[in-house]
Design a protein around this ligand. Structure first.
Ligand code: DAH
Length: 345
């Protein structure tokens, strides 16, 4: 019987060593240690032995069973480790593959124009001011020397909320609001923001667009200060070689008023399709703040003077980037917007 046991042990060890998978190993376990296996049979046959032999054989069977079990476990650990390694190899990542490009956004062309202008004016000591888009008739028109019934109101028809409340037609009301706030103190502000007009949308008109207002008030502010300031603006936005020219114009809130042109950045002034063969491009309206506007806001027009200007952000962006339709700015079409990625700076 002892002989038989040794042989079984030998056989079991050989088979378990030969097992190449956990499944095969389990088959060996069932075959040798299971309830119907030869070792169990041997234990069952112990009844036939003499009482002296019984404990000896029992101990021997147990030793063999424990030894085979321990060997099975060792082998199981080896096979498990192997299975994990195989899986890892199968799922391994090829670090030499090029990565997937992450799409990043970029600033909207209008935001870029506004930020560039803000940077320039902040560097010249201006503060950035804000005002409400839903505005009082008083600030949008009356305080800017456009009393009720003034014919110049027709050019800026807008969306009325009530008789006295409207969507602002320009950023100029921030001039009057700031003057009220500063109570006679000097002012140097620019104010970017949305404005609204009852216009039919087409390639050059939009019922909503953006302006950047500028206002400077203090003692001894002259037209030459306005000209120097706008010259710096034109050079910053369109290049150091640019020049400006002022043409007489009319705005109720400035006197004198001017329309400001910049020499064409495309042809340098010789004439092309961008400047309609004139060499000049109109970029903004400006002027010296009207004494009525100063007085209505509590400033003494005999002591202080000021200049103001209003820039159309879309117009600047269209010229600078060669955009042919204002509606591109609002439709959120990535084919348009992503073009500004490359020039982002
Ligand atoms: N508010 C004017 C407009 O929307 C633009 C403008 C012209 C603003 C002259 C000014 C200015 O401050 O002085 O058409």
């Amino acid at each position: 019987m002892e002989q038989q046991l040794k042989q079984l042990e030998q056989e079991a060890l050989e088979k378990l060593q030969a097992a190449t998978s956990l499944k095969e190993l389990n088959e060996v376990r069932v075959a040798y240690l299971g309830k119907k296996g030869p070792i169990t049979d041997l234990l069952k046959g112990m009844g036939k032995l003499s009482p002296e032999e019984r404990p000896k054989m029992g101990a021997l069977v147990n030793t063999v069973r424990e030894y085979v079990t321990a060997e099975l476990e060792k082998k199981a650990a080896v096979l498990e480790e192997q299975a994990i390694q195989e899986q890892l190899e199968k799922e391994s990542v090829d670090v030499t593959l090029p990565g997937r490009k992450i799409k990043t956004g970029n600033r909207h062309p209008l935001t870029r124009v506004i930020e560039e202008i803000e940077d320039l004016f902040v560097s010249m000591g201006y503060e950035i001011a804000e005002g409400p888009e839903v505005e009082k008739d008083y600030y949008n028109f009356e305080a800017l020397n456009l009393p009720k019934g003034h014919p110049a109101r027709d050019m800026q028809d807008t969306f009325y909320i009530t008789e006295e409340t409207l969507l602002r037609t320009h950023t100029s009301p921030v001039q009057a609001r700031t003057m009220e706030l500063k109570k006679g103190e000097p002012i140097r502000i620019i104010c970017p923001g949305k404005v609204f007009r009852r216009d039919n949308d087409d390639a050059t008109h939009s019922h909503q667009f953006m302006q950047i207002e500028g206002l400077v008030i203090g003692e001894n502010i002259h037209m030459s200060d306005l000209k120097g300031t706008l010259d710096a603006l034109a050079k910053k936005m369109f290049g150091e070689e640019r020049e400006i020219r002022l043409r007489p114009s009319f705005f109720p809130f400035t006197e004198p008023s001017v329309e400001v042109d910049v020499s064409c950045h495309k042809c340098g002034g010789s004439g092309c399709n961008v400047c309609k063969h004139t060499g000049w491009i109109e970029i903004l309206g400006a002027g010296m703040v009207h004494p009525n506007v100063l007085e209505m806001a509590g400033y003494d027009s005999k002591k202080v003077s000021g200049f103001a200007f209003g820039i159309g952000a879309e117009r600047i962006a269209m010229l600078k980037y060669g955009v042919d339709d204002i509606r591109h700015f609002y439709t959120n079409d990535n084919r348009f917007l992503s073009q500004f990625h490359r020039t982002e700076g």
